[in-house]
Design a protein around this ligand. Sequence first.
Ligand SMILES: [Zn+2]
Length: 319
Amino acid sequence: MNCLRGATAVLLALVVPAFVSSGSALAGAATASPAAAAACAAIDASNEASGLPSTFPDSGCNWIGRVIRDNGIGVTVPGAGFTAGAEALYVSGSQTLNVTHGADGTITVRRAASTSVSPAIILAACSDTADALLGFRVSGGYSYRYNSAAVPSNVSGTAVGAISAGFTNLAANFTDCSGITKHPAPVPHYLGTTTTFANVFTNYTCAAADGQNVVSWLGSPGPLALTCWVASGGILVQSDLAINHGDSWFTGAVPAGCSNSFDLQGVVTHEAGHAYGLAHTPGDPVTHQNQTMNSALSGCTTKYQTLGTGDLNGMIALY
Ligand SMILES: [Zn+2]
C-alpha cells in the first residue's frame, strides 16, 4: 500500500480516514441499533487507549479494523481470536500496546511503558537473568522481505546485510555468555527485496495484517523502530518492522566521534526478538541496559548484537 509510505503531516492526516473508508471499520456502526450506534460513536470519539476501559465487549460495535492509539503508536484491532501488538523502541525508553480480540468478542487492551528508578544498579549481560515474553512463538519458519526505500545514504549498501545478521543473531542465540545451552529458533529466511512497505501507517500505527513480513524505513517523528505483530493461539501470524530513517544509523564498527547513532544490526536483533516472541526486559532500563531486549538501547555500541542471559532465558522458554 503506497499510503503507508511517506513522512509528512499531510499524509498522516489522510491515512486513517482513507483506511477507514476502504475497510470494514464503520460497517458495524452503520447497521447497529441506535443505542449501539451511540455507544460506538462515543468510543470512536476517543480511540486513545487511555480513554478506554481495559476490557470491553465488541457487541453491537464492530471493532475489527478500528484503530486504538496510545502515546504516539497504534494498533488496528484484529479479528476475533487474534492479538495485535506494537512494540516501540525510543531513544529514551519503550512502549507497548497490545489489543486482544477474544473469541467471545471481548476486546482487551494492554499498555506498558518503561519506567526508570534512580539510582539503579547495572547488571552485566551474562549476570542478568530477567526476561519476559509476548505470548507467542514462531512456528514452522520465519520469512521476510526488505524494502530499501528511504534507507539513510550512509548505510544504503550495508543495511540489508545488517538486518539479515540481526535476525540471525536472535534466532541462532548469538551470545558471549558461556555455560548456557542454546535453544535456536526456526532459521529466518530472507526472501529478497520488495516494493511493499512494512504494515505500518505513517503515524506509527500497525495496520491490519496483509500476509507478509516486511522490514522497511519510515519517517519522523516516531520511535527509533517499531515492530508490529499479530498472533493467534500462541503462534505468530505476521510481524513487520519499521525503522525510523530520521534517526542516525551505522553498520560495522562504532564510528569515530559517534553521538546518538545506533547500530542497525543490534537494534534489528532486538526487534527480531519481538518477532520471535520476546517482550522487553522487565524492570529498570538502566539496570538491564546490557540485555538486547532491554526497554531502552544506547547509541554508539554494538553490544546488542549478542544476547544476554535474560534474552537467552526467553529463547529457552520459547524454543
Ligand atoms: Zn522493543
